[in-house]
Design a binder for this molecule. Structure first.
Ligand code: AMP
Ligand code: MG
Length: 419
């Protein structure tokens, strides 16, 4: 097993296991928000199905108004009225107009629509003062979709517009990649549930709550395996319950301490570690492996410290989950910013500094959230992003250009601080 790997290398190894997304399943189209299409969607419909009016007004032949001007208006007889959803209109008699409403089909023969604001309605007739452009205010049949078009390609992520389109096409079900199922294991004799007595050296096993939320945000389905005591027997029982998942994520215990039984239990059950230890801070004691037998899960042993668990999830687990679900773009956006106050560190590990982002005019200024201890979960609560401080770098001056991994792009809407 490789140890002390670089962040980029570790990420590459992880993503090799998501070269192929999870298999497809059929789901109700309106339940498919955030899923990725596993098939191209071809339309059997033409939309709009016929030429129709984009305005309330009068349908006519533009040529019937040749020579018309405000000084020389022309009256056309109004032959009939066409409403959306009404019966299909008969052909428009020569030299006449039809009253028409938005969305109604153009009568055969009509080629243009004059808006009602630009016409003077008279009993049974309409007076017009200008020549419309040929095709004015007409939505052409098929201008949105033509029958036979591939409207949504395989690999497209389904957002609100796509769900609207599927509905327009009359698609009630759709083939999408399955959501990754993630079994989450907590372990440690000190851990209790949030509503339990947390005195006498006990602490709440909070990681599963943060990690389950991170899974959901990434479109995956978390399964809580509960808290295992630090005994091989109990760990084995809990881990076995997670072997049907796509991914098994343990927080804490995959290290080298005397009471860390996760790794030997995983190995006993058939898991091969691919790396242990990544040259980063927070989060050095990160392990990644896989069950070699068919259908066995991929395995992450995340560090136990709450910040380390969340940061390593961000950098390694989230991209893997997105790829498994069929997304190609799996990384958070990187925002160019300038550093507010100087930072120093020792070389040898890449740091991910939790920062708050301040907008100053066109620039973003990154400020440390304070203590960067991996036990200080407040540093994540306050963070807008993670500032990447390079492995070999030791100093970043105030004002230095930096790159911030954005944890929530809504930050970009933040108001200018004005200073
Ligand atoms: P370990 O990896 O077991 O050495 O744990 C490192 C630190 O993380 C210890 O302070 C643990 O108490 C803490 N820790 C481990 N698991 C969790 C968890 N599920 N939730 C919150 N803190 C944890
Ligand atoms: Mg522990």
């Amino acid at each position: 097993v490789r140890t002390g790997v670089k962040v980029a290398e570790a990420r590459k190894i992880v993503l090799e296991w998501a070269a192929v997304p999870l298999p497809a399943e059929t789901v109700a189209a309106q339940q498919a928000l955030g899923r990725v299409l596993a098939e191209p969607v071809r339309s059997s419909r033409t939309l709009p199905p016929a030429d129709c009016s984009a305005m309330d007004g009068f349908a006519l032949r533009a040529a019937d108004l040749t020579g018309v001007s405000p000084g020389a208006p022309r009256r056309l007889k109004v032959a009939f009225e066409v409403r959306p959803g009404g019966p299909s209109p008969p052909p428009l008699p020569a030299g006449q107009a039809a009253r028409i409403f938005t969305g109604a089909p153009l009568p055969p023969g009509a080629d243009s629509v004059v808006r009602q604001e630009e016409a003077r309605a008279l009993p049974e007739a309409v007076e017009l003062q200008s020549v419309p452009e040929l095709g004015a205010h007409v939505r052409r049949a098929g201008e949105d979709v033509r029958a036979g078009d591939v409207v949504l390609e395989r690999g497209v992520g389904l957002g609100p517009a796509e769900l609207g389109m599927l509905a327009s096409l009359g698609r009630s079900v759709v083939r999408v990649h399955r959501r990754p199922r993630v079994a989450l294991l907590s372990s440690g004799d000190e851990l209790v549930e949030p509503d339990a007595d947390a005195s006498g050296g006990r602490i709440v096993g909070s990681n599963v709550y943060a990690l389950a939320a991170q899974c959901r945000e990434a479109g995956a389905e978390p399964l809580n395996l509960g808290i295992a005591r630090d005994t091989p027997e109990e760990l084995e029982e809990r881990i076995r319950a997670g072997l049907g998942a796509d991914l098994l994520v343990s927080s804490a215990g995959v290290s080298v301490g005397d009471h860390d039984h996760v790794r030997p239990v995983l190995e006993k059950l058939g898991c091969r570690l691919l790396f242990w230890g990544v040259r980063m801070k927070p989060g050095y004691p990160l392990a990644f492996g896989r069950f070699e037998r068919e259908g066995g899960p991929l395995v992450f042993g995340l560090p136990g410290n709450p910040v380390s668990a969340m940061v390593t999830f961000e950098l390694f687990v989230r991209p893997l989950l997105l790829r498994l679900a069929g997304w190609r773009a799996c990384f958070r956006p990187l925002l160019p910013a300038v550093l507010g106050e100087p930072l120093r560190k020792k070389p040898g590990r890449q740091h991910f500094v939790r920062v708050r982002l301040e907008r100053r005019g066109e620039r973003w200024v990154a400020h440390s959230t304070g203590s960067q201890s991996s036990g200080v979960l407040r540093s994540m609560v306050l963070a807008d992003g993670l500032l990447a401080f390079g492995e070999d770098e030791t100093e970043l001056a105030a004002g230095a250009p930096v790159s911030v991994l954005l944890l929530d792009s809504r930050v970009l809407a933040r108001e200018d601080s004005g200073s």
